[in-house]
Every structure is written in C-alpha cells, then in structure tokens.
Design a protein around this ligand. Sequence first.
Ligand SMILES: [Ca+2]
Length: 205
Amino acid sequence: MVRSTIVISIAIMITSPALAQNLLVNPGFDVPDQLNGWTCTTTEGIAFWSPDDRLGSAGSGSMEHEVSGTSDDDRVRCSQCVPIDEYLPYVASAWFFWPDDPDVSQVGSTRITFQFYSETDCSVPLSGGGGRVGYPILDTWLHLVTAELTAPTGAMSAGVYVFTWQDLANEPVRARLDDIDFSTTSLFRDGFESGDVDAWSFSTP
Ligand SMILES: [Ca+2]
C-alpha cells in the first residue's frame, strides 16, 4: 500500500551557508557504482549507488537505501567521521527523495544527526544532537537541515549520520540521499580561544 498523505512538518527548505566548506568526502556521489567515504550499517537493508542525481546530472548520482525488515524501526545508517575544530558551530544537511514505487510501502522517514567526539576517530563521544526527521513527499527532492551545534571543549572529530527509517515491520521502504553537507557556519577560523592571534596578520597603515 502506498501512503499518499503528506507530512512535512520538519523538513526545511533553505540553502547552505555561503562559502562554507563541506567536510564530507564524496557528498554528491559523483563516481558511479561506489559509496567511497561512507560507512553503512543496517538492521535489515542495503545501501548502494543510484544513477538518480538530485539535479539530473548524467555525471553524478545518489546513495540509495532499501529497508525491508521484519521489525518496526528497521533502518539503514550511513556515516562519516571528519576532523573538526572545538568551539566552532556546525550544521549538517542532506537532500532526500522517496520514489513513488508500487513495490514498497514508503511509510518511514529520512533522518540526519551528528555527534562530537574527543578523539580523532569518533571513538569517545562528547555531545551531539541537532537531529532532524524528514517525512517524504513522494517523487520530490526535499532538503533536511539539522540545528546548529557548537563543538565543545576538546572536540576533535564529528560523526555525521544519515538514516532511512522503516516505521513498520514488513512494510519496506526505498529512499535516496544526495548532496549531503557538514560544515561550520563560522567564516572565521580563529575565535581567539587558543590564547594567541596566529590566524591574524598585522600591518600598520
Ligand atoms: Ca549527485
């Protein structure tokens, strides 16, 4: 059964901050048949490269998830661990697409969140959150953006996580993600937290 009703209370349509540098590897899935840079785990599902690009480019694609679990809340999760700077504010975002396919139920959601860690390999968690849940409008690309969070003292890495979520047992779902972004919203690289002014240059007029 295909759900035809629309719930879009949390998906937010905005553009990414200008000039922000995306810290993710392979965020737009520009190389066919691979998900390099992404680590995917699942309870009952798969993740693979799809030729369906958000902007319709023949030279790019997206990441597709299929979840066909026998339990409620089965899911596919894909993530990256990236280096970050303490005290800077960060935000994550992704575009997601749920096709109107008759062979899947499409009762579920796309989710995105991130977590700060005190080690470089995302092994010792500090704080996290900012998570957002996006509900599909079938056959439509939607933009999902987290809340902004500032990296706490001692943070050295962040894990960025995207999920495709199957709400109900034996009601499979299929969704795509593209142009995933994780970046700082600060344009200044030195907030003087380090006790020096090394990031600034000096001249006398
Ligand atoms: Ca793409």
